[in-house]
Design a protein around this ligand. Structure first.
Ligand SMILES: Cc1ncc(C[n+]2csc(CCOP(=O)(O)OP(=O)(O)O)c2C)c(N)n1
Ligand SMILES: CC(=O)[C@@H](O)[C@H](O)COP(=O)(O)O
Ligand SMILES: [Mg+2]
Length: 641
């Protein structure tokens, strides 16, 4: 499947070099040719993995040589290594003693798809959000000095997509001033998930054209050396230009001016060269930025040609060099409905804009980008900026939609507070992936937004229970002159058969009435609620409410659902702490209702692991069967006097 197939030894293991590695230490003694052979094995493992499941692919293919060179030149049992974001961690896992468990990656109970300190001392932080690597590396260096370990070296590897995050510049600001030893490896593959955007991207493009990389440096410096240093003013001007040009040849002036030595760009697929420059970095005192050029998807041609699709492709089978994916089944996901609703709103009203923080592909916004290029904004992995930018647009009378995954929106909490809700600006937050994200796990589950958003005054928060509601909700948000938010999970959207009640701010929708109890679902859990009520027919008469709003919550609905001592089961795909169930309890308590009738079903107050979404939901009784059982218990246990 790889361009360079590993040689199967008769009767031997398929990946003899990887299989023989207890940890990364033996790499130090290996010649670069052996490491190249190990690289072939790693790519073979990666390609085979993708035949079985969706996983991060192109980014991992691109860092194989970089990973091997790093582990050959440093000892990360003692030294410190942080992979920014962590989605490109697979080669690192394969060489740090986890080859034999690798088959389990991204499955329940198996290896995580991100760094995980519980798995290995080689993984220092559990991460999945981009941008923090340089900061944690600067902190590690500082702590190692304070605790008497100045011998330890510190390396952060950060991609060009993550690099423009504001926090990276905060860290470089600190690193340059501290003058402590630190190596930042900038892995420049010209890609974020989509094509990278912004001025830093253009700067990196210019650095790539640097003669140092293109091989012309020696030649140009030789020519410049023939420019006379003394003589008439014209010659002196030339001499000054010579120094300027030389500085330009070295490139990286942006970093040099911050007291960070810039080296590169160098070929990130040449292990021997990488090792040479890593050694140079070790020699240099103070912070160094090593600019490494790689190809995302390197070693598997289709991935190199289409790194956007192959960032996290669905499982595919390689048929003679052509990847063949299985067709998807089921109803379209909420994300598709959200995208269509955004497109329609932009068609109708030219004040509407959409802002993504580097997730155009994940949010399926490509057609919107094509149709409305002047009102589509990809600001890069800069969520805080995205929100403040939206606030600025809003002030001018525009109607921005901020389309960000729930978990990544956490990065912009203060901008939501200060720039948007405190100003009461009508920004619309579309919180995609609000719920369990399956194999990505705890770094990516969007399970906190209900709690963290509902604290703010002015903000109206809602969640659709079925597909047709999403465009109705977006229209309601855009017609509302205050901040609003809509949350929806990574799941296919229920195609409800009833005629939806019109959206009225703060009003729930009754789906069916019941004499014994009521299930009140916030968002996509409505599907399981309806199924549970149907299962219980003949046993219990259970009503179903589509709550629609967590803020303002429908107090009348709360009162009515509990009337005559009926039990209530609240449902949400979010943490039990401070979520919809809590809002329901608060409303019931404020109305002096008997809160013993209320049972909250939500995700537990722990970090939920990675795994299949429906399995993880079932663990918390958030399956139709689980909900039905809770209703049965509630009916038999709750006695209201
Ligand atoms: C804060 C945050 N926002 C968005 C993402 C989603 N995301 C994961 S990887 C990625 C692209 C990263 O690009 P780069 O750092 O260049 O790594 P590459 O995949 O190119 O190797 C994005 C946008 C994230 N993980 N964290
Ligand atoms: C590493 C990262 O943050 C993204 O690649 C993320 O895994 C994408 O998630 P989706 O596949 O749900 O878009
Ligand atoms: Mg990149």
């Amino acid at each position: 499947m790889t361009n360079t197939e590993p040689q199967q030894q008769s009767g031997g293991p398929r990946h003899p070099l990887l299989a023989a590695l207890p940890d990364a230490r033996p790499l130090a003694g290996m010649p670069s040719e052996t490491l190249n052979k190990m690289g072939v094995e790693i790519r073979d493992v990666l390609c085979n993995l993708l035949a079985t499941r969706t996983a991060h692919f192109a980014s991992n293919l691109g860092v194989v040589e970089l990973c091997l060179a790093l582990h050959a030149e440093f000892d990360f049992q003692n030294d410190r290594l942080i992979w920014d974001t962590g989605h490109q961690i697979y080669p690192h896992k394969l060489v740090t003693g986890r080859y034999s468990q690798f088959e389990s990656i991204r499955t329940r109970g198996g290896l995580m798809g991100y760094p995980n300190p519980a798995e290995s001392p080689y993984d220092l932080f559990m991460t999945g959000h981009a941008g923090s690597s340089v900061s944690t590396a600067v902190g590690l260096r500082s702590g190692d000095i304070l605790t008497g370990h100045p011998d330890r070296r510190t390396v952060a590897v950060i991609g060009d997509g993550a690099f423009p995050s504001g926090i990276v510049f905060e860290a470089l600001n600190n690193a340059g001033a501290s003058k402590e030893d630190l190596t930042v490896v900038l892995n420049d593959n010209k890609m974020s998930i989509c094509h990278r955007t912004g001025a830093v991207a253009s700067y990196l493009d210019r650095l790539r054209n640097n003669p140092f990389y293109t091989g012309l440096k020696h030649e140009v410096v030789r020519l410049l050396d023939h420019v006379p240093m003394f003589g008439d003013p014209a010659e002196r001007l030339l001499a000054q230009m010579k120094e300027g040009v030389k500085a330009g040849l070295l490139g990286g002036m942006l970093f040099e001016e911050l007291d960070i030595r810039y080296i590169g760009p160098i070929d990130g697929h040449n292990i021997a060269l990488l090792r040479k420059y890593m050694n140079l970095c070790k020699e240099i005192e103070g912070p160094v930025l090593l600019h490494v050029v790689t190809e995302k998807g390197h070693g598997y041609k289709p991935a190199a040609e289409d790194p956007v699709f192959f960032h996290t492709p669905p499982a595919f089978e390689d048929r003679g060099g052509t990847p063949v994916t299985r067709g998807s089944d089921g109803c379209p996901p909420y994300t598709t409905h959200a995208r269509d609703a955004i497109g329609e709103a932009m068609k109708r009203d030219d004040r509407v804009t959409v802002i993504t923080a580097a997730m155009c592909q994940g949010n399926k916004l490509e057609p919107v980008r094509e149709q409305f290029p002047e009102r589509f904004f990809d600001v890069g992995i800069c969520e805080s900026h995205a929100v403040a930018f939206a606030a600025g647009q809003c002030k001018t009378g525009m109607r921005p939609i901020v389309d960000i995954y729930s978990t990544f929106l956490q990065r912009s909490y203060d901008q939501i507070f200060q720039e948007v809700v405190l100003q009461d600006l009508p920004v619309v937050f579309m919180m995609d992936r609000a719920g369990l994200t399956g194999p990505d796990g705890p770094t990516h589950h969007g399970v906190y937004d209900i709690g963290y958003m509902r604290l703010f005054p002015n903000l109206v928060l809602m969640a659709p229970g079925y597909a047709a509601e999403l465009p109705m909700m977006l229209d309601a948000c855009l017609a509302h002159d205050h901040p609003t938010g809509i949350r929806y999970p990574k799941a296919s959207a229920l195609e409800a058969t009833h005629t939806p009640a019109p959206i009225e701010m703060g009003k729930a929708e009754w789906i069916r009435e019941g004499d014994d109890g009521t299930i009140v679902a916030y968002g996509a859990m409505l599907e399981q609620a309806i199924e549970a009520a149907e299962k219980l027919e003949g046993e219990l008469s259970v009503g179903v409410v589509n709550a629609r709003f967590v803020k303002p919550i429908d107090h009348e609905m709360v009162e009515k659902s509990m009337a005559d001592g009926r039990f209530v089961v609240t449902l949400e795909e979010g943490t039990i702490v401070g979520g919809f169930g809590s809002a329901f309890l608060e409303s019931a308590a404020d109305q002096r209702l008997d809160t013993r009738q209320i049972h909250r079903l939500a995700l537990p107050d722990v970090f939920v692991e990675h795994g299949d979404r429906s399995d993880l939901l079932a663990d918390s009784s958030l399956s139709a069967e689980g909900i039905a059982n809770v209703c049965r218990n509630a009916a038999s246990n709750v006695s209201v006097g």
